[in-house]
Design a protein around this ligand. Structure first.
Ligand SMILES: [Zn+2]
Length: 157
């Protein structure tokens, strides 16, 4: 998660909303990415960029199942769905996203385990929350996207 925080810091340095993501397998870093929606567009979330990059390496199904995706913010529904489609073995995130968090939305939409092949991987959360909040606090001070600044304030409340 520390590496994901470092990635989120890179977002912030580019005035992006700070989210960082890292993919790990057997304690080896497969890839890293940070949010670039200001630069690349609305869907360029850290987790999406990370999974797209990892997919280029054409990992086998059995390898993907052993990967853990670390991200600083609870993935949105898009990133959660991409993780499910990629068959990531586990997702670990720092801070909850109560307004648009994919974990809750996916459970509402799919009813937990009702679809056998496509289900949420195990989730762990609440790691390095203080560090994640500090980065989001910094974004509130420098962010140019008013909607994301408002979103940031809700994340910290
Ligand atoms: Zn996302």
């Amino acid at each position: 998660m520390k590496l994901a925080i470092d990635q989120a810091r890179l977002s912030l340095e580019q005035k992006e909303f700070p989210v960082g993501a890292v993919l790990v397998k057997d304690n080896e870093v497969i890839g890293t990415a940070f949010n670039r929606d200001r630069e690349l567009g609305y869907l360029a979330h850290a987790e999406m960029l990370l999974l797209l990059e990892a997919d280029q390496k054409k990992p086998k199904f059995s390898q993907r199942k052993e990967m853990t995706l670390y991200t600083t913010l609870e993935p949105c529904l898009m990133c959660m769905a991409a993780s499910v489609s990629f068959f990531v073995g586990e997702i670990v995130y720092s801070l909850d996203a109560p307004e648009d968090g994919g974990a809750r939305l996916a459970n509402i939409q799919f009813g937990g385990d009702s679809i056998k092949e496509y289900k949420l991987p195990p989730l762990r959360k609440g790691i390095l929350v203080k560090e994640t909040k500090e980065l989001i606090q910094s974004y509130i001070l420098i962010g140019e996207n008013k909607a994301l600044v408002e979103y940031s304030k809700k994340l910290l409340s």
